[in-house]
Each structure stands twice: as structure tokens, then as C-alpha cells.
Design a protein around this ligand. Structure first.
Ligand code: SAM
Length: 350
């Protein structure tokens, strides 16, 4: 939420004029004292891009798979809200390939207890639809952009669409998304020479660029070994050039963010291999087929879908979700090469 105005009875009002009330709902807590007000909801596994590190052969489909319907999403959201959720991110796959994406966005954004609604996209439909999605109520947007060089963008994603995506990002800023974040996966020897181009972009643009360390998943071990790069190499360079770590807000994500007085934008780093990365975990995930995942790299997922079929099932659903929190581990085991049951991030919602 950007700086909010005060409503008549003291609670906040966000840019869209919606109330931002503190909810009195019980908050999901795990055995390590962490609470989970943030749900990442995948609405499809389908992706039209074929990023080398995620779906190098494109989305292959899975016979018989059906993704959550709108009524199921509504019941799911209602249960999570009862458990204290106040922020939802729609992701995938590519969430905007769904024909009913705007409907889902409207549904999620208009729930009075949800004060931040975000989505993550590759940006391929952004130029045309940014206004519609902002008007639907989505407040925050993350756009994946792994290179500012069109040939390299093509080589990484399989699509010659850099200029289209850049136009979409400008449109997202123009139509007033509260925060426009750019996700760039750091790839050794591929895009690590582009720091100066990203910095030049951030100089006069109100964007938040976040460099993400390449993560190993079930499918990408060889690629990971070849291209993983520690973000500290780049953050050290920033620190030596006057960039300072920004103080974290209460609901900040896992990125360590840097700001500089001469730059309108900011630069962040998401370093899942760093010590204590999971200490501040505040999110749960539900896959596009309705499985609850306690961690991006967990070893189990429990299906919620059978309890999304009627409103009367809500008490059972909320109990199942909160009981699962007992099984959330203190951290993932990525550093040991344990990627859990995640073959690629498109299958769970990155
Ligand atoms: N299709 C959307 C997009 O492109 O942003 C949403 C889904 S995508 C799986 C979400 C994010 O996960 C993207 O920023 C992508 O670059 C990132 N991602 C996918 N696989 C990754 C990996 N192995 N390591 C780090 N980031 C990854």
C-alpha cells in the first residue's frame, strides 16, 4: 500500500478508495512464531513463455488437469481471510493467460479484508490490459524481465517480445499501480553484464528492480549448476557506489532493497540461499489445482479442493489449513540440493 489517507474512523484508505482495516481475525501461526497474512495463489500452470530455467520446452500440459474455478477461488479466499490473510498475489504459470483473469482480479481485489492484491506476469498482455487490471482493483504488479537486450531476452524466454513488455511496464506505471516491480533472475555469463543498463533504467523511473538468485528446482539441476550466481557480487558493487539498504516495512517481502538519492527507482535482491532467508517467511501458497503448499520447496502438498465445493465446508477447510501449519519447517533445504516436490516454479506459482 502506498502512503494511505485516513478514513473518518481512523482506518486507512488506499489509492483506490478502499478501506484498509486491521482485521481482528485470528492469524495463522506456525511453530516458529511466524504468521502468514500473505497468500500466493496460482491460477494456472500454463505459461506461454519458455524460460530456460523454468519451462525450457514450454508448458507441456497435463491431461485431465483442471485449474481452480472462480467459485472455488472465492471459497478459498474466504477461508484464508477468516484466518487472517490480507494480501493475495495471483501467479502461475502465466496468470494472465486465463480468459477470466480480470474476473478473478475483480473478485480478489474487492474483498473488504484484502488490502493488497498483486500479480506476477511476464507482461505479454500488459500494454493492452494494464488499465483494465488496475481498474479491477489490482494494486501491485511484478513483471519478469531477465534482459534489457532483445536478443538475450529472446534467448532466455523463447520470445522476441522485449519492446512489447517494456511498453507494458510504462503503461503499468502510467495507470497508477502502487508498486511496479521488475523480477530479473541473475544468470551467470548471460545477463550479469547488464547491471549498468538496469541502473540507467532505475535512474529516472519509479520501478523496483529485484535481482533473484537462480534457484534449483527438480528439473533444472544442470542449468542451475552452470548459471547460478550469488547476488552478493552485485549488492557489494552497489554498496561501494553509494546505495544504502532501505528500512523494511512490516509486510515486506524477502527482498533486501537498496536506494540511492540520485535514483528514482530502487534495487532489491532475493537471495534464497542466504542464511536466515526463511526467518521472515510470511506466505503460504495454493497451487492452481488447489493444493496447499507450506513452502516453495516443501516435500508435501495437501489438497484443499474437496473442501472448496460448497460454502458449508468452510469450517472444515479453515481447520485443515490451520492444522497444516504445524508441519511447516523452519527453512527450506535448498542448500543441500533438496528441492522438495517442485519440478519448476510454474507448477507451484513462483
Ligand atoms: N509467468 C509469470 C512470470 O513470468 O512472472 C509468473 C510465474 S513465474 C514462475 C514467477 C517468477 O519466478 C518469475 O519472475 C520467474 O523468473 C521466476 N522463476 C522461475 N523459475 C525460477 C528459478 N528456478 N529460480 C529463480 N526464479 C525463478
Amino acid at each position: 500500500m502506498s502512503e494511505s489517507a485516513q478514513g473518518a474512523d481512523g482506518h486507512g484508505i488506499n489509492d483506490l478508495g478502499r478501506d484498509i482495516r486491521e482485521t481482528n481475525a485470528p492469524t495463522l501461526l506456525d511453530s516458529f512464531g511466524r504468521s502468514f497474512p500473505y497468500l500466493r495463489l496460482s491460477i494456472t500452470n500454463v505459461c506461454n513463455f519458455s524460460c530456460n530455467y523454468c519451462l525450457p520446452n514450454g508448458y507441456q500440459g497435463c491431461k485431465g488437469t483442471s485449474f481452480l474455478r472462480i467459485d472455488e477461488i472465492e471459497r478459498l479466499m474466504s477461508a484464508f481471510v477468516d484466518l487472517g490473510t490480507n494480501k493475495i498475489r495471483l501467479t502461475g504459470g502465466e496468470p494472465t493467460v486465463r480468459k477470466d483473469f480480470t474476473k478473478i482480479a475483480t473478485l480478489v481485489s474487492n474483498h473488504p479484508a484484502i488490502n493488497k492484491t498483486a500479480f506476477t506476469t511476464n507482461g505479454y498482455r500488459l500494454f493492452k490490459h494494464a488499465k483494465q487490471w488496475r481498474d479491477a482493483g489490482l494494486s501491485n504488479i511484478n513483471i519478469s524481465l531477465d534482459s534489457l537486450n532483445s536478443e538475450r531476452f529472446l534467448q532466455i524466454t523463447g520470445h522476441d517480445r522485449l519492446s512489447e513488455v517494456l511498453k507494458g511496464i510504462d503503461k503499468a506505471i502510467e495507470v497508477g499501480f502502487e508498486r511496479v516491480k521488475i523480477n530479473t533472475v541473475l544468470l551467470k555469463g548471460v545477463n550479469d553484464s547488464e547491471l549498468k543498463d538496469y541502473l540507467a533504467w532505475a535512474k529516472n523511473s519509479p520501478i523496483s528492480i529485484r535481482f533473484i538468485e537462480l534457484m534449483q528446482t527438480g528439473d533444472n539441476l544442470e542449468y542451475y549448476k552452470k548459471y547460478h550466481l550469488s547476488a552478493s557480487l552485485i549488492s557489494d558493487e552497489l554498496e561501494n557506489n553509494g546505495w544504502k539498504v532501505k528500512q523494511r516495512s512490516y509486510d515486506a517481502g524477502p527482498a533486501k532493497e537498496y536506494i540511492h538519492p540520485d535514483y528514482q527507482g530502487s534495487i532489491g535482491f532475493i537471495s534464497p540461499y542466504s542464511k536466515d532467508f526463511c526467518k521472515g517467511c510470511n506466505r503460504l501458497r495454493v497451487t492452481s489445482t488447489g493444493d496447499l503448499r507450506l513452502c516453495l520447496f516443501g516435500n508435501q502438498g495437501i489438497s484443499l479442493r474437496h473442501l472448496l465445493q460448497s460454502d458449508e465446508q468452510k469450517p472444515l477447510l479453515t481447520k485443515l489449513i490451520s492444522d497444516q501449519l504445524a508441519f511447516k519447517c523452519s527453512a527450506h533445504f535448498l542448500a543441500l540440493g533438496d528441492t522438495g516436490i517442485t519440478p519448476n516454479l510454474a507448477s507451484i506459482g513462483g
